[in-house]
Design a protein around this ligand. Structure first.
Ligand code: C2E
Ligand code: MG
Ligand code: MG
Length: 591
Protein backbone atom coordinates (compact mmCIF):
# COMPACT_ATOMS: atom_id res chain seq x y z
CA UNK A 1 0.00 0.00 0.00
CA UNK A 2 1.49 3.28 -1.12
CA UNK A 3 0.17 5.06 1.91
CA UNK A 4 1.99 2.89 4.41
CA UNK A 5 5.31 2.75 2.57
CA UNK A 6 4.66 -0.98 2.51
CA UNK A 7 7.74 -2.06 0.54
CA UNK A 8 10.41 -0.53 2.80
CA UNK A 9 8.58 -0.28 6.07
CA UNK A 10 10.73 -1.60 8.88
CA UNK A 11 7.66 -1.77 11.16
CA UNK A 12 6.05 -4.03 8.65
CA UNK A 13 9.01 -6.40 8.53
CA UNK A 14 8.16 -8.01 11.93
CA UNK A 15 5.68 -10.86 11.60
CA UNK A 16 3.46 -9.81 14.47
CA UNK A 17 2.42 -6.37 15.64
CA UNK A 18 4.25 -5.69 18.93
CA UNK A 19 1.26 -3.99 20.58
CA UNK A 20 -1.69 -6.19 19.68
CA UNK A 21 -0.03 -9.46 18.70
CA UNK A 22 -2.01 -9.50 15.46
CA UNK A 23 -0.24 -10.29 12.18
CA UNK A 24 1.68 -7.28 10.96
CA UNK A 25 1.07 -5.92 7.46
CA UNK A 26 3.55 -8.12 5.52
CA UNK A 27 2.32 -11.33 7.03
CA UNK A 28 -1.31 -10.29 6.66
CA UNK A 29 -0.94 -9.45 2.97
CA UNK A 30 0.37 -12.94 2.39
CA UNK A 31 -2.31 -14.64 4.49
CA UNK A 32 -5.11 -12.52 3.05
CA UNK A 33 -4.03 -13.09 -0.52
CA UNK A 34 -4.19 -16.83 -0.05
CA UNK A 35 -7.32 -16.65 2.09
CA UNK A 36 -9.30 -14.51 -0.33
CA UNK A 37 -8.29 -16.69 -3.28
CA UNK A 38 -9.53 -19.73 -1.42
CA UNK A 39 -12.89 -18.08 -0.63
CA UNK A 40 -13.38 -17.13 -4.30
CA UNK A 41 -12.34 -20.60 -5.49
CA UNK A 42 -14.98 -22.03 -3.16
CA UNK A 43 -17.58 -20.03 -5.09
CA UNK A 44 -18.08 -17.18 -2.63
CA UNK A 45 -17.07 -13.55 -2.52
CA UNK A 46 -14.36 -12.31 -0.18
CA UNK A 47 -14.34 -8.98 1.62
CA UNK A 48 -11.54 -6.75 2.83
CA UNK A 49 -12.65 -4.66 5.82
CA UNK A 50 -10.71 -1.55 6.76
CA UNK A 51 -11.29 -0.20 10.27
CA UNK A 52 -10.38 3.28 11.41
CA UNK A 53 -11.00 4.38 15.01
CA UNK A 54 -12.11 8.03 14.91
CA UNK A 55 -10.74 10.57 17.33
CA UNK A 56 -7.69 8.62 18.56
CA UNK A 57 -5.54 11.73 18.48
CA UNK A 58 -7.77 13.56 20.92
CA UNK A 59 -8.15 10.45 23.03
CA UNK A 60 -4.37 10.15 23.44
CA UNK A 61 -4.18 13.83 24.19
CA UNK A 62 -6.88 13.62 26.83
CA UNK A 63 -6.03 10.35 28.58
CA UNK A 64 -2.37 9.76 27.65
CA UNK A 65 -0.68 7.24 25.35
CA UNK A 66 -0.95 4.32 27.79
CA UNK A 67 -4.76 4.62 27.69
CA UNK A 68 -4.57 5.04 23.93
CA UNK A 69 -2.66 1.74 23.72
CA UNK A 70 -5.31 0.01 25.83
CA UNK A 71 -8.03 1.09 23.45
CA UNK A 72 -6.08 -0.37 20.50
CA UNK A 73 -5.53 -3.63 22.36
CA UNK A 74 -9.19 -3.82 23.31
CA UNK A 75 -10.20 -3.31 19.70
CA UNK A 76 -7.73 -5.97 18.50
CA UNK A 77 -9.13 -8.40 21.06
CA UNK A 78 -12.66 -7.95 19.71
CA UNK A 79 -11.46 -8.43 16.13
CA UNK A 80 -9.63 -11.57 17.14
CA UNK A 81 -12.72 -12.96 18.84
CA UNK A 82 -15.06 -12.27 15.92
CA UNK A 83 -12.72 -13.09 13.03
CA UNK A 84 -9.79 -15.51 13.23
CA UNK A 85 -6.55 -13.99 14.47
CA UNK A 86 -4.84 -14.90 11.17
CA UNK A 87 -7.48 -12.91 9.31
CA UNK A 88 -6.72 -9.65 11.12
CA UNK A 89 -3.95 -7.09 11.14
CA UNK A 90 -3.03 -3.71 12.54
CA UNK A 91 -1.38 -1.79 9.72
CA UNK A 92 -0.37 1.33 11.61
CA UNK A 93 -1.73 3.46 14.44
CA UNK A 94 -5.50 2.91 14.69
CA UNK A 95 -5.92 1.31 11.26
CA UNK A 96 -6.92 -2.35 11.26
CA UNK A 97 -7.64 -4.62 8.30
CA UNK A 98 -9.51 -7.92 8.19
CA UNK A 99 -10.51 -10.36 5.47
CA UNK A 100 -13.49 -12.67 5.60
CA UNK A 101 -16.19 -14.05 3.36
CA UNK A 102 -18.53 -11.33 2.12
CA UNK A 103 -21.52 -13.39 3.28
CA UNK A 104 -20.63 -13.06 6.94
CA UNK A 105 -19.14 -9.56 6.84
CA UNK A 106 -22.31 -7.53 7.56
CA UNK A 107 -23.29 -9.60 10.57
CA UNK A 108 -19.79 -9.56 12.01
CA UNK A 109 -19.38 -5.80 11.60
CA UNK A 110 -22.63 -5.30 13.48
CA UNK A 111 -21.47 -7.67 16.24
CA UNK A 112 -18.25 -5.69 16.45
CA UNK A 113 -20.12 -2.39 16.79
CA UNK A 114 -22.25 -3.87 19.58
CA UNK A 115 -19.30 -5.26 21.52
CA UNK A 116 -17.31 -2.08 21.05
CA UNK A 117 -20.18 -0.02 22.36
CA UNK A 118 -20.33 -2.14 25.49
CA UNK A 119 -16.61 -2.34 26.15
CA UNK A 120 -15.40 -0.87 29.39
CA UNK A 121 -13.33 2.09 28.16
CA UNK A 122 -13.05 5.69 29.28
CA UNK A 123 -14.84 6.80 26.14
CA UNK A 124 -16.17 4.79 23.19
CA UNK A 125 -14.90 6.19 19.92
CA UNK A 126 -16.83 5.64 16.68
CA UNK A 127 -15.42 3.27 14.08
CA UNK A 128 -15.51 3.87 10.35
CA UNK A 129 -15.43 0.75 8.26
CA UNK A 130 -14.71 0.56 4.54
CA UNK A 131 -15.52 -2.66 2.69
CA UNK A 132 -14.13 -3.85 -0.63
CA UNK A 133 -15.68 -6.97 -2.13
CA UNK A 134 -13.51 -9.39 -4.14
CA UNK A 135 -15.55 -11.43 -6.59
CA UNK A 136 -12.97 -12.96 -8.89
CA UNK A 137 -9.52 -14.45 -8.68
CA UNK A 138 -8.11 -11.55 -10.69
CA UNK A 139 -7.55 -9.20 -7.81
CA UNK A 140 -4.65 -7.32 -6.41
CA UNK A 141 -4.68 -7.40 -2.62
CA UNK A 142 -2.88 -4.11 -2.13
CA UNK A 143 -5.40 -2.34 -4.38
CA UNK A 144 -8.22 -4.10 -2.52
CA UNK A 145 -6.89 -2.76 0.81
CA UNK A 146 -6.47 0.73 -0.68
CA UNK A 147 -10.04 0.66 -1.93
CA UNK A 148 -11.41 -0.49 1.42
CA UNK A 149 -9.52 2.38 3.04
CA UNK A 150 -10.89 4.85 0.48
CA UNK A 151 -14.43 3.68 1.29
CA UNK A 152 -13.77 4.31 4.98
CA UNK A 153 -12.13 7.71 4.35
CA UNK A 154 -15.23 9.17 2.75
CA UNK A 155 -17.17 8.72 6.00
CA UNK A 156 -16.73 12.18 7.49
CA UNK A 157 -17.45 13.78 10.84
CA UNK A 158 -19.30 10.81 12.18
CA UNK A 159 -20.32 10.46 15.81
CA UNK A 160 -21.55 6.90 15.39
CA UNK A 161 -19.88 3.83 13.93
CA UNK A 162 -20.62 3.43 10.24
CA UNK A 163 -19.87 1.19 7.25
CA UNK A 164 -19.34 2.21 3.65
CA UNK A 165 -18.91 -0.10 0.64
CA UNK A 166 -16.57 0.60 -2.23
CA UNK A 167 -18.79 0.80 -5.34
CA UNK A 168 -18.93 2.22 -8.85
CA UNK A 169 -19.94 5.70 -7.70
CA UNK A 170 -17.06 5.86 -5.25
CA UNK A 171 -14.70 4.60 -7.93
CA UNK A 172 -15.84 7.36 -10.31
CA UNK A 173 -15.49 9.90 -7.53
CA UNK A 174 -11.97 8.72 -6.70
CA UNK A 175 -11.00 8.85 -10.37
CA UNK A 176 -12.28 12.40 -10.51
CA UNK A 177 -10.36 13.32 -7.38
CA UNK A 178 -7.27 11.81 -8.86
CA UNK A 179 -7.83 13.72 -12.11
CA UNK A 180 -8.25 17.04 -10.30
CA UNK A 181 -5.30 16.60 -7.97
CA UNK A 182 -2.87 15.26 -10.56
CA UNK A 183 -3.80 17.89 -13.17
CA UNK A 184 -4.06 20.85 -10.83
CA UNK A 185 -0.66 22.42 -11.60
CA UNK A 186 -1.31 22.00 -15.30
CA UNK A 187 -4.79 23.47 -14.91
CA UNK A 188 -3.24 26.59 -13.42
CA UNK A 189 -0.39 26.96 -15.89
CA UNK A 190 -2.49 26.20 -18.98
CA UNK A 191 -5.39 28.35 -17.84
CA UNK A 192 -7.96 25.58 -17.56
CA UNK A 193 -8.85 27.42 -14.40
CA UNK A 194 -10.62 30.62 -15.24
CA UNK A 195 -11.83 33.31 -12.95
CA UNK A 196 -15.38 34.50 -13.50
CA UNK A 197 -16.78 37.64 -11.94
CA UNK A 198 -20.27 38.31 -10.68
CA UNK A 199 -21.41 41.87 -10.06
CA UNK A 200 -22.69 42.93 -6.66
CA UNK A 201 -25.10 45.80 -7.09
CA UNK A 202 -25.82 48.68 -4.73
CA UNK A 203 -29.55 48.43 -4.01
CA UNK A 204 -30.15 52.15 -3.82
CA UNK A 205 -28.60 53.15 -7.16
CA UNK A 206 -28.57 49.88 -9.14
CA UNK A 207 -24.86 50.22 -9.92
CA UNK A 208 -22.09 47.68 -9.54
CA UNK A 209 -20.29 48.43 -6.29
CA UNK A 210 -18.23 45.22 -5.92
CA UNK A 211 -17.54 42.08 -7.93
CA UNK A 212 -17.01 38.53 -6.64
CA UNK A 213 -14.34 36.32 -8.22
CA UNK A 214 -15.53 32.72 -8.67
CA UNK A 215 -13.39 29.95 -10.14
CA UNK A 216 -14.32 27.68 -13.04
CA UNK A 217 -12.32 24.65 -14.21
CA UNK A 218 -12.65 24.33 -17.97
CA UNK A 219 -11.33 20.83 -18.54
CA UNK A 220 -10.24 19.76 -22.04
CA UNK A 221 -11.73 16.28 -21.42
CA UNK A 222 -14.52 16.84 -18.94
CA UNK A 223 -15.83 20.26 -19.92
CA UNK A 224 -16.77 23.03 -17.50
CA UNK A 225 -16.59 22.06 -13.83
CA UNK A 226 -18.37 24.18 -11.21
CA UNK A 227 -16.57 25.00 -7.94
CA UNK A 228 -18.45 22.37 -5.96
CA UNK A 229 -16.82 19.74 -8.20
CA UNK A 230 -13.23 20.76 -7.43
CA UNK A 231 -12.99 23.13 -4.45
CA UNK A 232 -13.64 20.41 -1.86
CA UNK A 233 -11.14 18.09 -3.56
CA UNK A 234 -8.46 20.80 -3.58
CA UNK A 235 -9.23 21.51 0.06
CA UNK A 236 -8.83 17.82 0.98
CA UNK A 237 -5.55 17.73 -0.93
CA UNK A 238 -4.40 20.90 0.88
CA UNK A 239 -3.85 22.60 -2.49
CA UNK A 240 -6.61 25.19 -2.35
CA UNK A 241 -4.29 27.99 -1.19
CA UNK A 242 -2.56 27.82 -4.57
CA UNK A 243 -5.90 28.34 -6.29
CA UNK A 244 -6.92 31.20 -4.02
CA UNK A 245 -3.61 33.00 -4.49
CA UNK A 246 -3.95 32.46 -8.24
CA UNK A 247 -7.41 34.10 -8.07
CA UNK A 248 -5.90 37.07 -6.22
CA UNK A 249 -3.24 37.36 -8.95
CA UNK A 250 -5.93 37.27 -11.64
CA UNK A 251 -7.88 39.96 -9.80
CA UNK A 252 -4.77 42.13 -9.73
CA UNK A 253 -4.34 41.69 -13.49
CA UNK A 254 -8.01 42.44 -14.03
CA UNK A 255 -7.77 45.70 -12.08
CA UNK A 256 -4.88 46.67 -14.37
CA UNK A 257 -7.00 45.96 -17.47
CA UNK A 258 -10.00 47.86 -16.13
CA UNK A 259 -7.80 50.85 -15.37
CA UNK A 260 -6.55 50.83 -18.95
CA UNK A 261 -10.16 50.76 -20.19
CA UNK A 262 -10.89 53.81 -18.06
CA UNK A 263 -13.53 52.02 -15.97
CA UNK A 264 -14.25 52.75 -12.32
CA UNK A 265 -12.48 50.16 -10.22
CA UNK A 266 -14.75 48.64 -7.60
CA UNK A 267 -13.53 46.31 -4.81
CA UNK A 268 -13.15 42.66 -5.79
CA UNK A 269 -14.10 39.78 -3.50
CA UNK A 270 -12.08 36.62 -3.15
CA UNK A 271 -13.30 33.49 -1.35
CA UNK A 272 -10.91 31.87 1.08
CA UNK A 273 -10.97 28.35 2.50
CA UNK A 274 -10.01 27.09 5.93
CA UNK A 275 -6.99 25.27 4.53
CA UNK A 276 -5.55 28.55 3.16
CA UNK A 277 -4.90 29.58 6.74
CA UNK A 278 -3.17 26.29 7.54
CA UNK A 279 -0.97 25.93 4.50
CA UNK A 280 0.60 29.38 4.37
CA UNK A 281 0.43 32.80 5.94
CA UNK A 282 -2.42 33.78 3.64
CA UNK A 283 -2.67 37.29 5.07
CA UNK A 284 0.97 37.91 4.31
CA UNK A 285 0.81 36.27 0.87
CA UNK A 286 -2.18 38.33 -0.25
CA UNK A 287 -0.76 41.51 1.21
CA UNK A 288 2.53 40.96 -0.59
CA UNK A 289 0.83 40.54 -3.96
CA UNK A 290 -1.31 43.64 -3.55
CA UNK A 291 1.70 45.70 -2.46
CA UNK A 292 3.87 44.50 -5.33
CA UNK A 293 1.14 45.65 -7.70
CA UNK A 294 0.87 48.97 -5.88
CA UNK A 295 -2.84 48.45 -5.15
CA UNK A 296 -4.73 49.75 -2.14
CA UNK A 297 -5.85 46.96 0.16
CA UNK A 298 -9.36 48.35 0.22
CA UNK A 299 -9.75 47.06 -3.34
CA UNK A 300 -9.90 43.49 -2.09
CA UNK A 301 -12.69 42.01 0.03
CA UNK A 302 -11.92 38.76 1.82
CA UNK A 303 -14.93 36.41 1.96
CA UNK A 304 -14.85 33.91 4.79
CA UNK A 305 -17.68 31.53 5.58
CA UNK A 306 -18.98 31.18 9.11
CA UNK A 307 -17.96 27.51 9.08
CA UNK A 308 -14.31 28.51 8.62
CA UNK A 309 -14.52 30.82 11.59
CA UNK A 310 -16.33 28.30 13.76
CA UNK A 311 -13.67 25.66 13.09
CA UNK A 312 -11.04 27.49 15.13
CA UNK A 313 -12.49 30.58 16.61
CA UNK A 314 -9.54 32.20 18.38
CA UNK A 315 -7.10 31.63 15.56
CA UNK A 316 -9.52 32.97 12.96
CA UNK A 317 -10.29 35.98 15.11
CA UNK A 318 -6.60 36.94 14.96
CA UNK A 319 -6.41 36.40 11.21
CA UNK A 320 -9.53 38.47 10.57
CA UNK A 321 -8.14 41.27 12.71
CA UNK A 322 -4.86 41.13 10.79
CA UNK A 323 -6.69 41.50 7.48
CA UNK A 324 -8.81 44.36 8.79
CA UNK A 325 -5.89 46.19 10.37
CA UNK A 326 -4.15 46.04 7.02
CA UNK A 327 -7.12 47.75 5.37
CA UNK A 328 -8.81 44.76 3.70
CA UNK A 329 -12.55 44.43 4.18
CA UNK A 330 -13.56 41.09 5.64
CA UNK A 331 -16.97 39.76 4.67
CA UNK A 332 -18.82 36.91 6.32
CA UNK A 333 -20.12 34.69 3.53
CA UNK A 334 -23.15 32.38 3.66
CA UNK A 335 -24.40 33.83 6.94
CA UNK A 336 -27.14 31.61 8.37
CA UNK A 337 -26.03 28.43 6.62
CA UNK A 338 -24.65 26.89 9.82
CA UNK A 339 -25.53 26.90 13.46
CA UNK A 340 -22.92 29.27 14.73
CA UNK A 341 -23.72 32.48 12.90
CA UNK A 342 -24.92 34.45 15.87
CA UNK A 343 -22.12 33.27 18.14
CA UNK A 344 -19.59 34.35 15.56
CA UNK A 345 -21.10 37.82 15.31
CA UNK A 346 -20.86 38.36 19.04
CA UNK A 347 -17.09 38.31 19.16
CA UNK A 348 -15.78 39.00 15.70
CA UNK A 349 -15.78 42.16 13.69
CA UNK A 350 -16.69 41.89 10.04
CA UNK A 351 -17.32 44.70 7.59
CA UNK A 352 -20.26 43.04 5.92
CA UNK A 353 -22.43 40.00 6.15
CA UNK A 354 -23.68 38.13 3.15
CA UNK A 355 -26.92 36.35 3.80
CA UNK A 356 -27.06 32.78 2.60
CA UNK A 357 -28.99 32.25 -0.59
CA UNK A 358 -31.59 30.13 1.16
CA UNK A 359 -33.06 33.21 2.86
CA UNK A 360 -33.90 34.78 -0.49
CA UNK A 361 -35.13 31.47 -1.94
CA UNK A 362 -37.72 31.20 0.82
CA UNK A 363 -38.98 34.78 0.53
CA UNK A 364 -41.38 33.76 -2.23
CA UNK A 365 -43.35 31.25 -0.23
CA UNK A 366 -43.29 32.20 3.40
CA UNK A 367 -44.22 35.24 5.42
CA UNK A 368 -42.06 33.93 8.27
CA UNK A 369 -38.95 34.14 6.14
CA UNK A 370 -39.75 37.77 5.35
CA UNK A 371 -39.99 38.51 9.04
CA UNK A 372 -36.76 36.64 9.83
CA UNK A 373 -34.82 38.38 7.09
CA UNK A 374 -36.20 41.79 8.09
CA UNK A 375 -35.14 41.27 11.68
CA UNK A 376 -31.72 39.89 10.76
CA UNK A 377 -31.19 42.88 8.50
CA UNK A 378 -32.14 45.19 11.34
CA UNK A 379 -29.69 43.37 13.60
CA UNK A 380 -26.83 43.54 11.09
CA UNK A 381 -27.42 47.22 10.48
CA UNK A 382 -27.61 47.94 14.19
CA UNK A 383 -24.23 46.21 14.56
CA UNK A 384 -22.89 48.67 12.01
CA UNK A 385 -22.42 46.02 9.31
CA UNK A 386 -23.13 46.34 5.63
CA UNK A 387 -25.35 43.65 4.13
CA UNK A 388 -25.57 41.65 0.89
CA UNK A 389 -28.20 39.13 -0.14
CA UNK A 390 -27.16 36.52 -2.69
CA UNK A 391 -29.41 34.58 -5.06
CA UNK A 392 -31.47 37.55 -6.23
CA UNK A 393 -33.52 36.24 -9.12
CA UNK A 394 -36.55 38.53 -9.43
CA UNK A 395 -37.73 42.13 -9.35
CA UNK A 396 -39.81 41.26 -6.26
CA UNK A 397 -36.65 40.24 -4.42
CA UNK A 398 -35.02 43.54 -5.34
CA UNK A 399 -37.99 45.56 -4.15
CA UNK A 400 -38.49 43.78 -0.86
CA UNK A 401 -34.79 43.77 0.06
CA UNK A 402 -34.52 47.42 -0.89
CA UNK A 403 -37.42 48.25 1.42
CA UNK A 404 -35.89 46.52 4.42
CA UNK A 405 -32.55 48.23 3.95
CA UNK A 406 -30.33 45.51 2.43
CA UNK A 407 -27.32 47.48 1.13
CA UNK A 408 -26.20 45.28 -1.76
CA UNK A 409 -27.63 42.55 -3.98
CA UNK A 410 -26.06 39.73 -5.97
CA UNK A 411 -27.77 37.27 -8.26
CA UNK A 412 -28.81 36.09 -11.69
CA UNK A 413 -31.40 38.88 -11.85
CA UNK A 414 -28.50 41.23 -12.51
CA UNK A 415 -25.94 38.90 -14.07
CA UNK A 416 -24.44 35.43 -13.83
CA UNK A 417 -20.72 35.13 -13.12
CA UNK A 418 -18.81 35.80 -16.37
CA UNK A 419 -15.22 36.02 -17.59
CA UNK A 420 -13.47 39.38 -17.76
CA UNK A 421 -13.71 39.54 -21.56
CA UNK A 422 -17.51 39.27 -21.39
CA UNK A 423 -17.61 42.11 -18.86
CA UNK A 424 -15.51 44.26 -21.17
CA UNK A 425 -17.58 43.29 -24.26
CA UNK A 426 -20.82 44.09 -22.49
CA UNK A 427 -19.39 47.37 -21.36
CA UNK A 428 -18.26 48.27 -24.90
CA UNK A 429 -21.70 47.30 -26.27
CA UNK A 430 -23.40 49.46 -23.67
CA UNK A 431 -25.12 46.46 -22.02
CA UNK A 432 -23.13 46.57 -18.82
CA UNK A 433 -24.64 47.73 -15.57
CA UNK A 434 -22.65 50.88 -14.82
CA UNK A 435 -20.00 50.89 -12.12
CA UNK A 436 -20.44 53.04 -9.07
CA UNK A 437 -17.97 55.86 -8.56
CA UNK A 438 -16.18 54.71 -5.37
CA UNK A 439 -16.12 58.30 -4.13
CA UNK A 440 -19.90 58.21 -3.86
CA UNK A 441 -20.03 54.85 -2.09
CA UNK A 442 -20.29 56.29 1.43
CA UNK A 443 -23.21 58.49 0.46
CA UNK A 444 -25.17 55.66 -1.14
CA UNK A 445 -24.27 53.32 1.69
CA UNK A 446 -25.99 55.62 4.19
CA UNK A 447 -29.13 55.95 2.06
CA UNK A 448 -29.36 52.24 1.44
CA UNK A 449 -29.27 51.11 5.06
CA UNK A 450 -32.52 52.78 6.02
CA UNK A 451 -35.31 50.32 6.71
CA UNK A 452 -38.43 51.91 5.33
CA UNK A 453 -40.61 49.96 7.76
CA UNK A 454 -38.77 51.31 10.74
CA UNK A 455 -39.85 54.75 11.95
CA UNK A 456 -36.96 54.92 14.39
CA UNK A 457 -34.58 55.69 11.58
CA UNK A 458 -36.05 59.12 11.12
CA UNK A 459 -36.18 59.87 14.81
CA UNK A 460 -32.65 58.76 15.56
CA UNK A 461 -29.79 61.19 15.68
CA UNK A 462 -26.87 59.03 14.74
CA UNK A 463 -28.03 56.75 11.99
CA UNK A 464 -25.03 54.42 11.92
CA UNK A 465 -24.32 54.18 15.60
CA UNK A 466 -25.04 50.96 17.45
CA UNK A 467 -26.76 52.97 20.18
CA UNK A 468 -29.31 54.00 17.58
CA UNK A 469 -31.24 50.85 18.43
CA UNK A 470 -32.22 52.45 21.69
CA UNK A 471 -33.06 55.89 20.29
CA UNK A 472 -36.66 55.22 19.49
CA UNK A 473 -40.12 56.72 19.67
CA UNK A 474 -41.09 57.19 23.36
CA UNK A 475 -43.44 54.37 24.21
CA UNK A 476 -45.18 53.19 27.35
CA UNK A 477 -47.63 50.43 28.21
CA UNK A 478 -50.20 51.36 30.85
CA UNK A 479 -52.50 49.02 32.71
CA UNK A 480 -55.95 50.19 33.85
CA UNK A 481 -59.00 48.96 35.69
CA UNK A 482 -62.10 51.01 36.48
CA UNK A 483 -60.43 53.09 39.14
CA UNK A 484 -56.64 52.99 38.88
CA UNK A 485 -53.78 53.09 36.43
CA UNK A 486 -50.07 52.19 36.41
CA UNK A 487 -47.11 51.92 34.05
CA UNK A 488 -46.20 48.30 33.22
CA UNK A 489 -43.39 48.88 30.75
CA UNK A 490 -41.74 51.86 29.14
CA UNK A 491 -38.72 52.38 26.92
CA UNK A 492 -35.71 54.56 27.70
CA UNK A 493 -36.94 57.32 25.35
CA UNK A 494 -40.22 57.52 27.24
CA UNK A 495 -38.56 57.66 30.64
CA UNK A 496 -36.28 60.39 29.40
CA UNK A 497 -39.16 62.27 27.80
CA UNK A 498 -41.46 62.08 30.81
CA UNK A 499 -38.73 63.21 33.17
CA UNK A 500 -38.12 66.28 31.04
CA UNK A 501 -41.74 67.04 30.20
CA UNK A 502 -44.05 66.19 33.09
CA UNK A 503 -43.82 67.51 36.57
CA UNK A 504 -45.32 64.35 37.92
CA UNK A 505 -45.64 60.98 36.27
CA UNK A 506 -47.68 57.86 36.89
CA UNK A 507 -45.55 55.15 38.54
CA UNK A 508 -45.19 51.36 38.55
CA UNK A 509 -47.78 50.94 41.34
CA UNK A 510 -51.52 51.37 40.66
CA UNK A 511 -52.66 54.93 41.38
CA UNK A 512 -56.28 55.83 41.83
CA UNK A 513 -57.62 58.18 39.18
CA UNK A 514 -58.57 60.88 41.68
CA UNK A 515 -54.94 61.31 42.80
CA UNK A 516 -53.93 62.27 39.26
CA UNK A 517 -54.04 66.01 38.29
CA UNK A 518 -57.48 66.86 36.96
CA UNK A 519 -56.29 68.21 33.65
CA UNK A 520 -54.46 64.97 32.93
CA UNK A 521 -57.50 62.93 33.98
CA UNK A 522 -59.72 64.83 31.58
CA UNK A 523 -57.52 65.05 28.49
CA UNK A 524 -55.44 61.91 28.72
CA UNK A 525 -56.94 59.37 31.11
CA UNK A 526 -60.48 59.69 29.80
CA UNK A 527 -59.57 58.89 26.17
CA UNK A 528 -57.25 56.12 27.39
CA UNK A 529 -60.07 54.57 29.40
CA UNK A 530 -62.30 54.73 26.34
CA UNK A 531 -59.59 53.09 24.27
CA UNK A 532 -59.14 50.39 26.93
CA UNK A 533 -62.84 49.60 27.01
CA UNK A 534 -63.76 49.83 23.34
CA UNK A 535 -60.49 48.76 21.75
CA UNK A 536 -60.64 51.76 19.40
CA UNK A 537 -57.29 53.16 18.31
CA UNK A 538 -56.98 56.82 19.17
CA UNK A 539 -54.90 59.87 18.34
CA UNK A 540 -54.94 62.15 21.37
CA UNK A 541 -53.68 65.72 21.61
CA UNK A 542 -53.24 66.84 25.18
CA UNK A 543 -52.79 70.56 25.65
CA UNK A 544 -50.90 71.94 28.60
CA UNK A 545 -51.16 75.38 30.18
CA UNK A 546 -47.96 76.69 28.59
CA UNK A 547 -49.43 76.14 25.09
CA UNK A 548 -47.61 72.89 24.67
CA UNK A 549 -49.41 70.01 22.99
CA UNK A 550 -48.37 66.37 23.35
CA UNK A 551 -49.56 64.27 20.41
CA UNK A 552 -50.02 60.60 21.26
CA UNK A 553 -51.26 57.48 19.57
CA UNK A 554 -52.81 54.79 21.73
CA UNK A 555 -54.19 51.32 21.21
CA UNK A 556 -55.36 48.53 23.46
CA UNK A 557 -52.95 45.61 23.43
CA UNK A 558 -54.51 43.04 25.77
CA UNK A 559 -57.23 42.30 28.33
CA UNK A 560 -56.57 40.18 31.41
CA UNK A 561 -59.32 37.51 31.41
CA UNK A 562 -59.11 36.98 35.18
CA UNK A 563 -58.79 40.46 36.66
CA UNK A 564 -60.46 42.39 33.83
CA UNK A 565 -57.47 44.76 33.75
CA UNK A 566 -56.69 46.17 30.33
CA UNK A 567 -53.42 47.37 28.93
CA UNK A 568 -52.93 50.18 26.45
CA UNK A 569 -49.77 51.03 24.48
CA UNK A 570 -49.10 54.74 24.10
CA UNK A 571 -46.57 56.24 21.67
CA UNK A 572 -45.56 59.91 21.87
CA UNK A 573 -45.61 61.06 18.25
CA UNK A 574 -44.51 64.65 18.83
CA UNK A 575 -44.69 67.61 21.18
CA UNK A 576 -45.39 71.03 19.75
CA UNK A 577 -45.65 74.53 21.15
CA UNK A 578 -46.81 77.81 19.64
CA UNK A 579 -44.19 77.80 16.98
CA UNK A 580 -45.57 75.27 14.47
CA UNK A 581 -43.34 72.28 13.91
CA UNK A 582 -41.14 72.96 16.92
CA UNK A 583 -40.59 69.86 18.95
CA UNK A 584 -39.54 68.92 22.44
CA UNK A 585 -38.12 65.63 21.37
CA UNK A 586 -34.44 65.33 21.92
CA UNK A 587 -32.07 65.22 18.96
CA UNK A 588 -34.47 65.92 16.15
CA UNK A 589 -32.63 68.87 14.70
CA UNK A 590 -30.06 68.48 11.95
CA UNK A 591 -26.54 68.80 13.35
P1 C2E B 1 -20.29 31.66 -2.73
O1 C2E B 1 -19.05 32.39 -2.40
O2 C2E B 1 -21.43 31.75 -1.78
O3 C2E B 1 -20.68 32.17 -4.18
C1 C2E B 1 -21.98 32.37 -4.62
C2 C2E B 1 -22.46 31.25 -5.48
O4 C2E B 1 -23.82 31.47 -5.82
C3 C2E B 1 -21.74 31.15 -6.83
O5 C2E B 1 -21.73 29.77 -7.17
C4 C2E B 1 -22.68 31.88 -7.77
O6 C2E B 1 -22.54 31.49 -9.11
C5 C2E B 1 -24.02 31.46 -7.22
N1 C2E B 1 -25.09 32.39 -7.53
C6 C2E B 1 -25.00 33.73 -7.62
N2 C2E B 1 -26.21 34.28 -7.90
C7 C2E B 1 -27.09 33.27 -7.97
C8 C2E B 1 -28.51 33.21 -8.23
O7 C2E B 1 -29.21 34.21 -8.44
N3 C2E B 1 -29.09 31.98 -8.21
C9 C2E B 1 -28.35 30.86 -7.97
N4 C2E B 1 -28.99 29.69 -7.98
N5 C2E B 1 -27.02 30.88 -7.73
C10 C2E B 1 -26.39 32.07 -7.73
P2 C2E B 1 -20.43 29.09 -7.66
O8 C2E B 1 -19.66 29.99 -8.57
O9 C2E B 1 -20.84 27.75 -8.14
O10 C2E B 1 -19.59 28.95 -6.32
C11 C2E B 1 -19.98 28.10 -5.31
C12 C2E B 1 -19.10 28.26 -4.10
O11 C2E B 1 -17.78 27.79 -4.37
C13 C2E B 1 -18.89 29.72 -3.71
O12 C2E B 1 -19.98 30.10 -2.94
C14 C2E B 1 -17.60 29.66 -2.93
O13 C2E B 1 -17.84 29.25 -1.59
C15 C2E B 1 -16.85 28.53 -3.61
N6 C2E B 1 -15.83 29.11 -4.51
C16 C2E B 1 -15.98 29.55 -5.78
N7 C2E B 1 -14.80 29.97 -6.28
C17 C2E B 1 -13.88 29.81 -5.29
C18 C2E B 1 -12.47 30.07 -5.17
O14 C2E B 1 -11.81 30.56 -6.08
N8 C2E B 1 -11.87 29.76 -3.97
C19 C2E B 1 -12.56 29.23 -2.93
N9 C2E B 1 -11.89 28.96 -1.82
N10 C2E B 1 -13.88 28.98 -3.00
C20 C2E B 1 -14.54 29.27 -4.16
MG1 MG C 1 -18.55 34.08 -1.68
MG1 MG D 1 -22.12 32.82 -0.40
Amino acid sequence: MKEYGFENSSAASGLLDHLTGLPAMTLFLDLADKGCRKIVQDGEQAAILFFDICGMKNYNHKYGFAEGDSILKAFAAILERLFYKDHCSRFIQDHFVVFCSEKESGEKIQALFDEWQESDLKQTLPIRVGVYVIDSERFDLITACDNAKAASDVIRNTFISRVNYYDKALQTDLEKRDHIVSNFDRALSEQWIQVYYQPIVRTVNGRVCDEEALSRWVDPERGMLAPDEFIGILEDAHLIYKLDLYVVEQIIRKIGTMKKEGLHIVPQSVNLSRIDFEECDIVEEICKRMDEAGLEHSLLNIEITESIVASDFDYMKTQIERFRNLGFQVWMDDFGSGYSSLDVLQDLTFDLIKFDMRFVKRLDDSMNSRIILTELMRMATALGLETVCEGIESKEHVEFLGDIGCCKLQGYYYAKPMPLNDILDRYRNGEQIGFENPEESGYFDTLGRINLYDLDWIMADNMLNTERVYESVPMVIMELNDEAVRIVRSNASYRDFSERTFERNIGKEFERFETIPEHHQQYFLAPMLQCAKSGTRMLVDEQFANNTTVHTFMRRVACNPISGTKSVAVAILSVTDDAPGASYLKNTEEP
